[in-house]
Design a protein around this ligand. Structure first.
Ligand SMILES: [Zn+2]
Ligand SMILES: [Zn+2]
Length: 166
């Protein structure tokens, strides 16, 4: 794998080119330049150039546009951003990143999420760590496990804000 390789990807919604490399704020989306375009790609209809989407952490509705920096927002406030660092206890930010991975990628294997984290964030997380968190949330009813062939995949079944997972 070539790390830190620089390449531009074209957004499937607005057509703009965006950086798809480790450390860029859009790197974790594969086909869209921002959350704004990601949500539209997933069926949210804009009104007056804005969409209403929930904060991943507290669930409160926020209105984001496709122009300002709000287009990248997954959280409503600094307070919610800060929560990601402690709300899940030990290694909180990695756990948050795992959940966000499932949110964005949909049903995935632990390996898929581990690779995605490695490629798009500063964090490192083994497939075993992803599976352990999934098993914990499967017991709580927030995650469904699907065993096909030799691979187990997982998906979020809960629409609750992440705050309610803990
Ligand atoms: Zn876009
Ligand atoms: Zn929030």
């Amino acid at each position: 794998m070539i790390r830190n390789s620089y390449f531009m990807t074209q957004c499937t919604i607005c057509g703009s080119h965006f950086e798809n490399r480790e450390g860029s704020r859009t790197s974790f989306l594969r086909h869209q330049c921002s959350r704004y375009c990601y949500e539209i790609a997933n069926g949210v209809k804009p009104a007056n150039g804005k969409i209403d989407v929930p904060c991943l952490i507290c669930g409160s509705e926020m209105s984001i546009d496709g122009i300002t920096n709000w287009k990248y927002a997954w959280m409503c406030s600094k307070a919610c951003q800060n929560k990601t660092g402690r709300m899940f206890g030990r290694k909180s930010r990695i756990k948050y990143t795992i959940l966000k991975g499932f949110k964005i990628l949909g049903e995935s294997s632990a390996k898929d999420i581990s690779v995605w984290i490695e490629q798009t964030t500063p964090y490192r997380c083994s497939a075993g760590q992803v599976a352990a968190l999934c098993n914990l949330y499967a017991r709580k009813g927030f995650v469904a496990k699907n065993k096909t062939g030799g691979t187990t995949s997982y998906k979020l079944t809960s629409k609750l804000p992440f705050e309610d997972y803990v």
